[in-house]
Design a protein around this ligand. Structure first.
Ligand code: SRM
Ligand code: SF4
Length: 571
């Protein structure tokens, strides 16, 4: 049998000399705003993507101009924790180098958009000066490690956060290329080989994602990650973590070999084994992941193809010991808890709703300025949530009233006085910066929610929490397949509508309508919402109701996702 050819990116990585490629030469070439194709792939490992403003494409083509190229930079924030100083620096750079906005991502990171090539190096250098970095924010490596951001929820929170930061450090690529290119680090002599002790020269077959949750909150969506740790707390003490593998969202419309998948919980490890377990899961995927087909290269396919039992056995072999049995745990939801809460340590924490995770000023709502003023006086930290929201955390009693005045002054005091649907919504970036987007998301979901709120209001459901997520394409960046209502861009103005996801992010949804016009979605969902208001059982969630009432069937696991898709779409 002939060997399948490796994916093109494998060659790019092999030839790159540990991610150097010709990035330095490309940056020095002022004849174009873009970088070579191969370097664009390598730049991802350094935390930046080449993009172009898609709103301007047509006009520039008409005038025979190069596309309006610019770069997105993703700043890693392990566990989502940033100091006020880091907030202020991020805010400054957003004006100085980017498009004047900060995007809080679905993985607790910051993103800048619109950075032109000539500012790229300086921006990355200044991010590092602010004690943050961008290495491995993207690329075929472990990405930003997420962690439940909420210090008031559990006494073990600080411990868990520390674990997430340790994993992040342990799995950060070792190549010196990042320092050489962006921070003017010393060049490696040509005879001296660089070294990647964990990843090796070709890194991983594909991106890799880790998160840690503290039950009962699944606010980091553990079932959508390659590897997750579920904190097990007994008698107030952190005793270890359940280990879950093989979650992921991305798929391609019309290609049933691709599908979202929820992770399998396969075992338990002690706190001091976490780094080792994370490393060995990465190694199993490094060695067994599919390097021939990038659409089939995520850990979820390795687990699905070979089985969770095989994966556990192989992992145990790599570890040289066996994971323990899964301990009991229960998740209640995957959303954020808004408003002020008291921490046990005399500190106060405030979670603010940030629509679409976009921090910007508008004449009606000068939120970015307000947050800057708060950062100037804040004596705690900021926490980015995996739901694109922001926590002003660890506020002292003395500062709380000052912060409250600023919230009032900048119109942010009632940021969470919204419908339960809006407070549980997320939208990916999509247009105009995302090159893969087929339809609007961040710029459209707020309007669609306005329309749906009319139905919720008249049905008496304004305050009911229902999760809704929209993405501009099937890659699933806002994890739409595990929300109760999911909208996934199919073509301009049209969406696949998914229903029936689990309220705690534990179950995949199912396709209800295909390529459905956005402006007809209100009429499509109104009868279901009205019936839900009248016929739901005590405490029944919207996603569960959609299944019980036969709008969709339940999806137990990834491969099942497309089953009867056509029949259901017609129903
Ligand atoms: Fe994502 C690609 C934005 C979280 C699955 N994602 C992209 C790119 C870089 C488009 C590209 O490749 O050219 C998007 C940049 C848009 C822009 O203009 O900024 C992009 N992804 C985002 C963010 C910013 C969405 C947001 O609005 O918050 C999130 C950044 C997270 C971070 O800080 O690291 C983001 N992406 C996710 C998630 C959610 C998660 O990780 O919990 C997923 C689904 C989970 C998963 O990975 O399975 C996700 N993004 C993808 C995929 C599909 C991967 C796959 O397995 O098929 C792509 C496309 C790809 O990799 O080829 C992608
Ligand atoms: Fe872009 Fe698609 Fe991700 Fe949205 S889901 S940011 S459109 S890649």
């Amino acid at each position: 049998m002939s060997e399948k050819k490796l994916a093109a990116n494998e060659g790019i990585k092999t030839r790159s000399n540990y991610l150097r490629g010709t990035i330095e030469e490309g940056l020095a070439d002022l004849s174009t705003g873009s970088m070579s194709e191969d370097d664009q792939q390598l730049l991802k490992f350094h935390g930046t993507y080449q993009q172009d403003d898609r709103d301007l494409r047509q006009n520039r083509r008409k005038h025979k101009l190069e596309k309006a190229f610019s770069f997105m930079i993703r700043i890693r924030v392990p566990g989502g924790v940033a100091t006020p100083q880091q907030w202020l620096e991020t805010d400054r750079m957003a004006t100085q180098f980017a498009n004047g906005t900060i995007k809080l991502t679905t993985r607790q990171a910051f993103q800048f958009h619109g950075i032109i090539k000539t500012n790229l190096k300086r921006t990355i250098a200044e991010i590092n000066q602010a004690a943050m970095d961008t290495i491995a924010a993207c690329g075929d490596v472990n990405r930003n490690v997420m962690c439940n951001p909420n210090p008031h929820l559990s006494s073990v929170h600080a411990e868990v956060l520390k674990v997430s930061q340790q994993i992040s450090d342990h799995l950060t690529p070792a190549t010196r290329a990042y320092h050489e290119i962006w921070l003017d680090g010393e060049k490696v002599e040509t005879s001296e080989e660089d070294f990647e002790p964990i990843y090796g020269k070709t890194y991983l077959p594909r991106k890799f994602k880790i998160t840690i949750a503290v039950p009962p909150s699944n606010d980091v969506d553990i079932f959508a990650n390659c590897l997750s740790f579920i904190a097990i707390v007994e008698e107030g003490k952190l005793v270890g973590f359940n280990v879950a593998v093989g979650g992921g969202m991305g798929m391609t419309h019309g290609d049933e070999k691709t599908y979202p998948r929820t992770a399998d919980v396969i075992g338990f490890c002690a706190v001091d084994q976490v780094n080792d377990v994370a490393e060995k899961v990465v190694l199993v995927q490094r060695d067994y992941g599919d390097r021939t087909e990038r659409k089939h290269a995520r850990l979820k396919y390795t687990v699905d193809d070979r089985g969770a039992d095989w994966f556990l056995a192989e992992l145990n072999t790599y570890l040289g010991y066996e994971l323990g049995s899964v301990r009991d745990y229960a998740f209640e939801d995957n959303g954020d808890r808004y408003g002020w809460v008291e921490g046990g340590n005399g500190k106060h924490h405030l979670t603010l709703f940030i629509q679409g995770g976009r921090v910007l000023d508008t004449p009606q709502y000068p939120m970015r300025t307000g947050l800057r003023e708060i950062a100037k006086i804040h004596d705690g930290d900021f926490r980015l949530t995996a739901n694109q929201n922001l926590m002003i955390a660890n506020v002292s009693s003395e500062k709380r009233s000052e912060i409250e005045k600023l919230l009032e002054q900048y119109g942010m005091k009632d940021s969470h006085e919204k419908s339960g649907l809006r407070l549980n919504s997320m939208a990916c970036v999509a247009l105009p910066t995302c090159g893969l987007s087929l339809a609007e998301a961040e710029r459209y979901l707020p309007d669609l929610i306005d329309e749906l709120e009319e139905v919720l209001e008249e049905s008496g459901l304004r305050h009911d929490a229902i999760t809704v997520r929209m993405t501009g394409c099937p890659n699933g960046c806002a994890r739409p397949y595990i929300s109760e209502i999911g909208f996934v861009g199919r073509s301009p103005g049209c969406y696949n509508v998914y229903l029936g996801g689990g309220f705690a992010g534990q179950r995949l949804s199912k396709l209800y309508r295909e390529n459905f016009p956005g402006n007809e979605i209100k009429d499509l969902l109104a009868p279901i919402i009205r019936r839900y208001a009248k016929e739901r059982n005590e405490g029944e969630r919207f996603g569960d109701f959609c299944i019980r009432s036969g709008y969709v069937s339940a999806t137990e696991q990834g491969k099942d996702f497309h089953k009867n898709i056509k029949a259901e779409a017609r129903a």
